[in-house]
Design a protein around this ligand. Structure first.
Ligand code: GLU
Length: 453
């Protein structure tokens, strides 16, 4: 583990951060996420000293509840395996805890806490009445059969169900958790509780309570935000050369929407390497490999002769004008950002959670690169989850077009909120500051109204 060096935080933010470091040792991702938010709040706290007096920051960085549990399951050879399950119910001031489940070998308490912490502000920005939480497991679904994934999900839910409820805590997907896993989890929840509580999970199948556009929402929403950020600069996506990292749901639908708006997407990646297709990625082939057959991206170059596959490297070696990091945290560091800037980068919209590290974000700002932080630009996924909950509560289902229109409006509203909040706090065009302060103030308002709880 590399030791992180954090810029000094002053006053109340500084003492809060020192306490976070002391109380949460060995959790670098969580420290990073907290530092980034605290760094933004100075101007807001100066205007609202009563928030500091009410220990808002100290309460905000302490999760309301953290669950860790054993998940035993049996693999196809009959061997018993043991994983660790997590759910961090971080902040419920604005609504039921809401946030995805990540199944990936890198998952640990630090990762879940960083994601849960980010989710508080992201969810507040949507304006849809959802609190922040996150969960998951170090289970690796890669190479596992459907039956193994089912047994794992059933065991995971057998513990988690007692903490969930449509008004309590509503998980969804994240890396490694998609429609298949949500199906197994929902099936087990219904079986254990004997309740058809549709709104207890989101990302469900369309035939059993799912919402149109939920699958596409994070990727589409990210591009809606990007398009809006370019629009206010008098620009658009037409003819722009873009690179998208990853090749999961977020990436694929970001590619789809960016292409629709005229961008040429020349590269994307998976955990084994990346592909470059200068004619623009063929989405039908990519979807077939990744969504239908859960295959490796290397196959793309076998099926598209003019494309090339690079094993092991970083997709950010490919020069581009627009970058959409949609894979995972800290995929773009300082040197990578410097390389991208040198080769003509002008805009970044984060589709993943915290894919750009603090050095990278700093360099983007210095170079005048338009930068959309994930808390704002990837909020379309969880926003559409909240729309799914609304449809479930009303026992209704909206059309694709209706839901997509609502998503577009939500993303433009989030964009406007970030921009206005940044301007009000003296840092025009700083979306990081705008997103953090706007999200914070919404949560702080509710927490203040509730008293010391
Ligand atoms: N995992 C997604 C996120 O990072 C979606 C969460 C949800 O839909 O609850 O926001």
């Amino acid at each position: 583990m590399t030791t992180q060096v954090f810029a000094d935080l002053h006053g109340h933010a500084g003492t809060t951060f020192a306490e976070v470091l002391r109380r949460n040792p060995g959790e670098p991702e969580f420290h990073q996420a907290v530092h980034e938010v605290l760094e933004s709040l100075g101007a807001a706290l100066a205007k609202r000293p009563e928030l500091a007096d009410a220990a808002l920051l100290e309460r905000l960085v302490e999760p309301e509840r953290q669950l860790m549990f054993r998940v035993p399951w049996t693999d196809d050879t009959g061997r018993v395996r043991v994983n660790r399950g997590f759910r961090v119910e971080f902040n419920g001031a604005l609504g039921p805890y809401k946030g995805g489940l990540r199944f990936h070998p890198s998952v640990n308490l630090s990762v879940v806490k960083f994601l849960g912490f980010e989710q508080i502000f992201k969810n507040a920005l949507t304006g849809l009445g959802i609190g922040g939480g996150k969960g998951g497991s170090d289970f690796d679904p890669k190479g596992r059969s459907d039956a193994e994934v089912m047994r794992f999900c059933q065991s995971f839910m057998t513990e988690l169900y007692r903490h969930l409820g449509e008004h309590t805590d509503v998980p969804a997907g994240d890396i490694g958790v998609g429609g298949r896993e949500i199906g197994y989890l929902f099936g087990q929840y219904r079986r254990i509780t004997n309740r058809y509580e549709t709104g207890v999970l989101t990302g469900k199948g369309l035939g059993w309570g799912g919402s149109h556009v939920r699958t596409e929402a994070t990727g589409y929403g990210c591009v809606y935000f990007l398009a809006e950020m370019l629009r206010v600069r008098g620009e658009d996506l037409e003819g722009r050369r873009a690179v998208v990292s990853g090749s999961g749901n977020v990436s694929i639908f970001a590619i789809e929407k960016a292409r629709e708006l005229g961008a040429l997407i020349v590269a994307c990646s998976d955990s084994s390497g990346y592909i470059v297709d200068d004619k623009g990625i063929d989405l039908e082939i990519l979807k077939d490999i990744k969504l239908n057959r859960r295959g490796r991206i290397a196959e793309y170059a076998e099926r598209v002769p003019h494309a090339r596959y690079v094993a092991g490297g970083s997709v950010w070696e490919v020069p581009c004008d627009v970058a959409l990091p949609c894979a995972t945290q800290n995929e773009i560091d300082g040197p990578t950002a410097a390389h991208l800037i040198k080769h003509g980068l002008t805009a970044v919209a984060e589709g993943a959670n915290m894919p750009c590290d603090p050095d990278a974000v700093h360099l983007f700002r210095e170079a005048g690169v338009a930068f959309a932080p994930g808390k704002a630009s990837n909020a379309g996924g969880v926003a559409t989850s909240a729309l799914e909950m609304a449809q479930n509560a009303a026992r209704t289902s909206w059309t694709f077009t209706d839901t997509d229109t609502r998503l577009g409006t939500i993303m433009r509203d989030i964009h406007a909120t970030c921009l206005e909040t940044a301007a009000e706090h003296g840092d025009e065009g700083n979306y990081v500051l705008g997103a953090n302060i706007a999200g914070f103030l919404r949560v702080a308002e509710a927490m203040t109204a509730f008293g010391v709880v």
